[in-house]
Design a protein around this ligand. Structure first.
Ligand SMILES: [Zn+2]
Length: 265
């Protein structure tokens, strides 16, 4: 399908070059626009660096955490003795997996799935063949299901499209899964199916609205091209290098997302 933006009118825009140059001057790295950076890694580094700077000022609770940080509850159960244990993980961006992908298999597939199906993988039972039960010491009977223990006001989601493949002689490479993920653009995204009962009781409304999308084009982990979609008060805009174009929500929905940004409605 040929992509035809609805509106190619020239618009004033601010080049991100000053930002990337300042970023490189402070933190190092190659952000001159020539080298490829992984968008998720850059987001993660940026949020963590901002958090560290706030901490260095003596702030125990930081603004970055209050906006982006959530918690995943991991519930482990031993099938031999029934012993249960919990572990929590903090996240700044929530990584979700493609559904129905057997572990170890990383064939890039066509077709499409929904974002909700990606979130459903949280609730699927995951087996841990090497994990030892703390109670009965049996190995291999432990399984895990997860839920969201806290959803931040701004939820950054990473679709895990890079699958590790172990080839001949143990050589590890990454392969992209290009399956289309359909996601709510104008409709709200209700997170309540994946939130723990306790968190849901205190969280109130769990309807989130989309305000940003990052799409990766290309097949390689270290190459390709990113396009971003951002929602402002006057609608959606597509950011493609130096081209800034107003687009309709339908165009945003046709993007195949790598990163999604939702905020509490
Ligand atoms: Zn046990």
């Amino acid at each position: 399908m040929v992509y035809e933006p609805e509106d190619r009118d020239a618009v004033q825009h601010v080049s991100p070059m000053h930002f990337t140059q300042a970023y490189a001057a402070i933190y190092g790295g190659d952000y001159d626009g020539e080298a490829s950076q992984d968008a998720h890694e850059t987001l993660n580094q940026t949020l963590n660096r901002l958090k560290d700077e706030e901490r260095a000022l003596g702030n125990t609770s930081t603004m970055v955490e209050s906006v982006f940080q959530g918690i995943v509850f991991n519930h482990f159960t031993c099938k031999r003795c029934g012993h249960k244990s919990n572990m929590t993980d903090d996240f700044m961006e929530l990584g979700v997996t493609m559904p129905g992908l057997p572990s170890g298999s990383a064939k890039s597939r066509g077709g499409h799935v929904t974002l909700a199906q990606c979130f459903d993988t949280f609730r699927e039972q995951e087996e841990f063949p090497d994990r030892k039960c703390r109670d009965c010491s049996a190995i291999g009977g432990v399984s895990k299901v997860s839920s969201l223990g806290h959803v931040p006001s701004h939820l950054a989601v990473q679709i895990r499209r890079w699958q590790q493949v172990v080839g001949r002689r143990g050589r590890v490479t990454f392969q992209k899964i290009d399956t289309k993920v359909n996601f709510p653009v104008q409709e709200v995204f209700d997170l309540s199916p994946w939130v723990s009962d306790a968190a849901a009781a205190s969280a109130g409304d769990l309807n989130y609205e989309l305000y940003g999308v990052v799409e990766h084009h290309g097949s390689g982990l270290n190459d390709g091209h990113y396009i971003a979609y951002v929602k402002r008060d006057d609608g959606w805009w597509e950011m493609d290098d130096e081209s800034t174009t107003r687009v309709k929500p339908g165009s945003v929905g046709r993007a195949n997302p790598y990163l999604l940004f939702y905020r509490k409605g």
